[in-house]
Design a protein around this ligand. Structure first.
Ligand code: RB5
Length: 164
């Protein structure tokens, strides 16, 4: 969570911003329904429908929602998950993890405190995506030595951000 986070954090009741391009729009709809069913608030950041759009636009929407404290976490979906990962990890303070199965999802929380989950809409099935999301939302950050490593990333992120 960022220092700007205004929302009360409760792992059982989170605000999750979900965005996708056309290759992830259908899965996004299913995951938003599931989030609401689990008691979370799902923010639909688009796109809807199959018309081709550009994934960076939706990565930006979701990352800004997380960084500005309008959402606790973010989920991004494109065809492979790669474009969304590249775009999301350009944002200072975003730790986006592309996960295709639950163990990576769990470790991305335990070790990396990932605040954005990226899914490959064209590569994984709906049941797997749902399980990845469930595990990711429920897994805590372990802190300790992992906190020190994240601080190192934050330090060079800060230094690089100041370069022209
Ligand atoms: C869209 O065709 C596709 O390129 C996009 O969804 C994504 O996979 C990019 O990384």
């Amino acid at each position: 969570m960022t220092k700007f986070q205004a929302l009360i954090y409760d792992k059982n009741l989170m605000v999750v911003a979900v965005g996708a391009d056309h290759a992830g729009a259908e899965l996004k709809g299913a995951l938003l329904e599931l989030l609401r069913h689990w008691g979370h608030e799902g923010l639909d950041m688009g796109t809807t429908g199959q018309a081709p759009v550009d994934y960076p636009d939706f990565a930006q929407q979701v990352c800004r929602a997380v960084l500005q404290g309008r959402a606790h976490r973010g989920v991004l979906i494109c065809g492979t998950g790669i474009g969304m990962s590249i775009a999301a990890n350009r944002f200072q303070g975003i730790r986006a993890a592309l996960c295709h199965e639950p163990l990576s999802a769990r470790l991305s929380r335990l070790h990396n405190d990932a605040n954005v989950l990226v899914l490959a809409g064209r590569l994984i099935g709906r049941a797997m995506a749902e399980e990845v999301l469930r595990v990711w939302l429920q897994s805590p950050f372990e802190g300790g030595r992992h906190q020190r490593r994240l601080e190192k990333i934050a330090a060079f992120e800060e230094a690089l951000g100041k370069k022209p």
